[in-house]
Structures are given as structure tokens and as C-alpha cells.
Design a protein around this ligand. Structure first.
Ligand code: AMP
Length: 144
């Protein structure tokens, strides 16, 4: 299965924030949208980072309550790994496992066209496995 097919089902909505937003604002955004990460866009609309709940947890351990007033730019990961709609699910699983992250923005022709989370990956992989199991079952039942 290709990432483009997954995006066609889930939509291309990507929640973003700005580098100068506060961590308190990001925490509220994550809660309101029920997501685990947001991409960071600069004033020109270019992708300049990603910040996830894991950054907030680490930040709390490092900075304590001061964390809430810190800026996104101070905690985000600036080197964002991305994928393409033409990538396969297997490649994405490998990237997430090796990179130890659970979110991948999808880029097409230099523009962000969606984001894939580990939740999307697990959901679609399960669907693939179920389809394969049904096909095998029908094959075996047909041959009996
Ligand atoms: P996550 O597992 O997605 O919550 O993120 C774990 C860590 O990886 C955090 O420090 C994130 O900022 C970072 N991260 C998440 N997604 C990406 C990505 N696509 N590229 C680079 N770093 C990422």
C-alpha cells in the first residue's frame, strides 16, 4: 500500500504551529486536536520543524514549570524526516522504527500534502494482513 492511498482515506489536514508559539499553546493544540505532534511552519509557510508530546515530556524533565513559557523553536526538532505519497507502507515502518519517531510529514513537489502517524500505519497494516488472511482462507477452502 502506498502513502498516497492512505492520505486519500484520511485527508490532507495538517495541524501546524509557529516557531514563536509557546509550549503552553502547543500543549493546548495537541489536546484540542487529539494528536501527538504538530509541524512547525515559518512566516513564509515553509516547514522548519516538528514538535511532539515526547519533546514536551523531555522538556518538562529538563526545564520544569518554566517549560510552559518557552518557545516552540527551543524544543522542536529542526531536521524533519519526510516521506512521499509514492512511498510504500513498509518503507515508512522502517523509517519510523530506525528514526524512533511516530510522525512523518508527506511532501509532494516541495509542498506538504499530509502527515502520517504510527496510528495510521498500524491501522492500514492490520487491514492488509486481514485481506491477506481472507485471500489465503478462500484459496485453501476453494482447493479442498
Ligand atoms: P514522536 O515519536 O513522533 O512523538 O517523536 C519523537 C521525537 O522525534 C521528538 O523529538 C520529535 O520532535 C521527533 N520527530 C517526530 N517526527 C519526526 C520526523 N518526521 N522527523 C524528525 N524528527 C521527528
Amino acid at each position: 500500500m502506498l502513502i498516497g492511498q492512505i492520505l486519500a482515506g484520511k485527508g490532507r489536514d495538517v495541524v501546524s504551529t509557529r516557531p514563536d508559539a509557546t509550549i503552553a499553546e502547543v500543549a493546548k493544540l495537541l489536546k484540542a486536536r487529539r494528536i501527538g505532534a504538530v509541524v512547525v511552519m515559518d512566516a513564509g509557510g515553509a516547514l522548519c520543524g516538528i514538535i511532539s508530546e515526547r519533546d514536551l515530556a523531555r522538556g518538562l524533565a529538563d526545564h520544569g514549570a518554566k517549560l510552559l513559557d518557552m518557545r516552540v523553536s527551543q524544543l522542536m526538532t529542526a531536521e524533519v524526516v519526510t516521506c512521499s505519497p509514492d512511498d510504500g507502507l513498509d518503507r515508512l515502518m522502517k523509517q519510523m522504527t530506525e528514526g524512533r519517531f511516530r510522525h512523518l510529514p508527506v511532501i509532494q513537489d516541495g509542498k506538504m500534502v499530509g502527515i502520517i502517524s504510527i496510528g495510521d500505519v498500524v491501522k492500514h497494516r492490520l487491514q492488509e494482513l486481514e485481506t491477506e488472511a481472507h485471500m489465503l482462507h478462500d484459496y485453501i477452502a476453494g482447493g479442498a
